[in-house]
Unconditional design. Structure first.
Length: 178
């Protein structure tokens, strides 16, 4: 819980700067790249967590890795390194994206289907489910899951809308057993 609070503070500060400088979209894209690189490269994670490397060396590595990023994003990463909070990079990005989405009236949604959604289907889902969660639109991440048998399952934040055939069969089974 403490880590979440710490990450949220950094994200709020960075978000305020992004709004003041009118760089919200650019910084969000840069932070998404930072998160992807940090999460998908175990070598970089090991380097950042290594007690053998000096803070200066860690900063140098991050500066080289993200030299195309804005100074605000780089400075945030440097502060995290200075304060030995390298583990919070992903959490800071997540909180920043959440703040940016709230500002725009967008919610992140994960949609599980048996096949890839078309653009028209994405738009229709966004329009119909955004209102249910009090947002203007949804940013949909489509995951193909052949175990669903048919239908869709949507996860928006901590809410799940299960219209899958598998879900219906499981609910029917529970009803019959009770």
């Amino acid at each position: 819980m403490m880590g979440s609070t710490v990450a949220k503070r950094y994200a709020i500060a960075l978000f305020q700067i992004a709004k003041e400088q009118q760089l919200l979209d650019q910084m969000e894209q840069e932070l998404r790249v930072v998160k992807e690189v940090v999460n998908n490269h175990t070598d970089l994670q090991a380097v950042l967590k290594s007690p053998k490397l000096t803070i200066a060396k860690k900063k140098e590595i991050l500066t080289d890795a993200f030299k195309t990023s804005s100074t605000y994003v780089l400075n945030t990463l440097m502060i995290l390194i200075d304060r030995h909070r390298e583990d919070y990079v992903s959490d800071v990005v997540d909180h920043f994206i959440e703040l940016a989405n709230d500002e725009r009236g967008i919610a992140e949604a994960t949609v599980y289907t048996v096949r890839e959604l078309t653009d028209a289907e994405r738009q229709a889902l966004s329009e119909s489910f955004a209102a249910k969660v009090g947002k203007q639109s949804l940013r949909i991440n489509n995951i193909v899951d052949s175990n669903l048998l048919g239908g869709i399952k949507i996860r928006i934040g901590n809410r799940i809308f299960d219209g899958s055939l598998k879900g219906k069969l499981e609910r029917l089974e529970r009803q019959l057993l009770s």
